[in-house]
Structures are given as structure tokens and as C-alpha cells.
Design a protein around this ligand. Sequence first.
Ligand code: UD1
Length: 355
Amino acid sequence: MPWTHRSFGDATASILRRMRKVIVTGGAGYIGSHTVVELAAAGYTPILVDDLRNSQERAVEGLTTLLGRAPELHRIDCADQAALERVFAQGRIDGVIHFAAEKAVGESVAEPLKYYTNNIGSLTSLLAVMERHGVRKLVFSSSCTVYGQPEKLPVDENAPDHHPTSPYGFTKVVCEQLLRDVCVADPAFRAALLRYFNPIGAHPSAHIGELPLGVPNNLVPFVMQTAAGLRDQLVVHGDDYHTPDGSCVRDYIHVVDLAQAHVKALAMLDEANAPQCDAFNLGTGHGHSVMEVVRTSEEVIGRKLPYTIGPRRAGDVASVYADATKAHEVLGWIAQLGLRESLEDAWRWQQRLES
Ligand code: UD1
């Protein structure tokens, strides 16, 4: 058996993990904050690096409630190597989970330079500092967007010819390749590339959740804000796709399930026989159409949702959902929660925001 925390009893493993500091870039963001909670629950000590440009103090307040103490937060830009150096200088950093990135598909089409600069620049900066401090474990926040429209569904990690439909998607492809190259150059470096499908929902406590700035781009926050009366109506972007009801199909995964996968991935990187650099799909394996999301939301909310059918949105693919077998086999992870539970938690969070 490899010499890892799994070789010990649970209590010993927990003590050992508490000594293990994990830097979480983008730790005050949507997926980052949920991952911080799961890391702490597993006994790690998360250290947040986040300049809050796409987040809010409210996320830090929610984390403080859930953790029972304020998290260690460094309000710095990942691209600022000198500032990052100071965080790493405290020593004994076990690994890094890198979330900090721009993520709006449409905006990336309008402002490609911002996306290439920020998403690739923050990773190269982080890797340079990690190298100087001998930290060689990274869990990277990638996306199913790297597949573009796959030929075969459900899509697995070996799908050929990755053709994203946006600059945002290409930044994920480039970052994945960069990490593969780093692993070739340094055989001791280990990376897990986690390809998320569509994260939705919120922590069941409703202390943390998604905090979109301005008008939400993503479906579920828009649905919830419409239900709360903050938006007049939802526009369904197209009903003429080659899908069962004509609207786009996605694999919606509960953000807490997703967060737990990061903890599993981090633990996996400690295993002697872990792959050096590998990609994992994180989805439920089930596709749901936009109209199914609307109908299920109506059931959860308990009333009809005002919506209209609009034209297709530029950059959207018709259908994508995961074959997540590899994550199950290698990480021992499987999504536990379905669409309804995710929407229930999203609605509870929306109501908390309004109260
Ligand atoms: C995309 C990426 C995903 C990424 C996310 C970040 C793909 C396949 N997925 O998700 O990896 O993490 O962006 O933002 O590239 N919709 C409406 N009305 C709305 C909003 C959305 O009909 O007001 C529809 C969209 O057209 C789409 C579905 O809802 O069919 C989901 O959209 P969204 O929540 O924005 O996520 P993706 O674009 O699938």
C-alpha cells in the first residue's frame, strides 16, 4: 500500500491532513468556496487567494459561518507573483487548487485578450511560484467546454479533436496543455485536470452559493432571479436544436458534488501509482434540456416561470453530457445529487439572498 494518509487510521489521517495547507486560488468564488468547505471538512487547512473581483464579501462571511472561523484569505491577483511569493513563503504548502479565472463564454468572444491574458497569465504566474517553492501538486479547474460539440455522447476524456466554441474554451485547452508540458519537464509534478460540466445549486445550508455580478449569463441563476422577481422573464436560447424538445441539453451537477471531487483529486495525487497528469470528467452522466430545467424549477418554486423562446445564443453547442466513469474508477467519486435537489438548493439560496 502506498505511504499516504489512507495507510493510517482515520484520526491520525485527520491530524496529518490538518497540517497540510492547500492554497485555493479563487477560493471566494462559486466552486472555490464550496471546495474550501469540503477541504476543511476533510481536515485540510485551506488558504484562500482571491482578489474578490468576481466575488463578494458575502461569500467570505458565509464561509466564516460554515467553518466556524474566518478563513485565511489573501486578497491578491494570482498574476502578481511577488504577492503570491509571500503566501507561499509561510511554508509547508501541500498543494494548490486553481480556480481563479474568467468564465463568461459570451464575454470571452467580445474580449478575447482579457481571457487569454488573465486565464493563462494567472496559471503561468502560479506555476512559476510553485516551482520556486517546490510545490508540485495542482488540481486544475477545467471545463467540458474543451470538447466543443462532441461527436459521441456521453463524451469521455478520450474524445478526439477538441474544438471549443469560444476563447474561454481555448484558454482551458491551452492551460491543460501547459500542465501536460510541465509534467513532462518535471517528472515529480502532478496535476489533475477536472473538466466540469454545468455546476449549479448551492450549499444546503444556504450560507454560500452563486453570486453573479450583474445580469447572470448562466441558466440557473437567471431562472432563480426570474422566480424572485428580479428579472421580467427568462429567454430560452433556441428551441430548434436536434434534441428531444429542441432546447439545448447539458449535464447539470450539484456544486457540492463537484467540490467533493476536488478533495478526492487532491488525495489521489498523493498515491504512489497516481497518474502524473490526467483529465477527469465531472458530471452526472445525465443530460437535461433547458425546458426540463424550466419545468423542474417551476415544480420546486411552486409556480409558473415567465419565459419566451429567443434565437440561439452564439457559441452554444446543442448537447453535451458526461461519461464520468473514469472519475468513479480512479478518484472513487460519483455525483450523488440530481437536478431537482440542485434546483431546490439554488432556490433556497436565492431566497436567502433576498431576505
Ligand atoms: C458554459 C460552458 C461551461 C462553463 C460555463 C461557464 C459549454 C458546453 N459549457 O456553460 O463549461 O463552465 O459556460 O459560464 O461550453 N440558457 C438559456 N437562457 C439563459 C441562459 C442560458 O436558454 O438566459 C441556456 C443556454 O443557451 C444553454 C443552457 O441554458 O443551452 C446552459 O447555459 P449556461 O448556464 O450559460 O451554461 P453553458 O453555456 O452550457
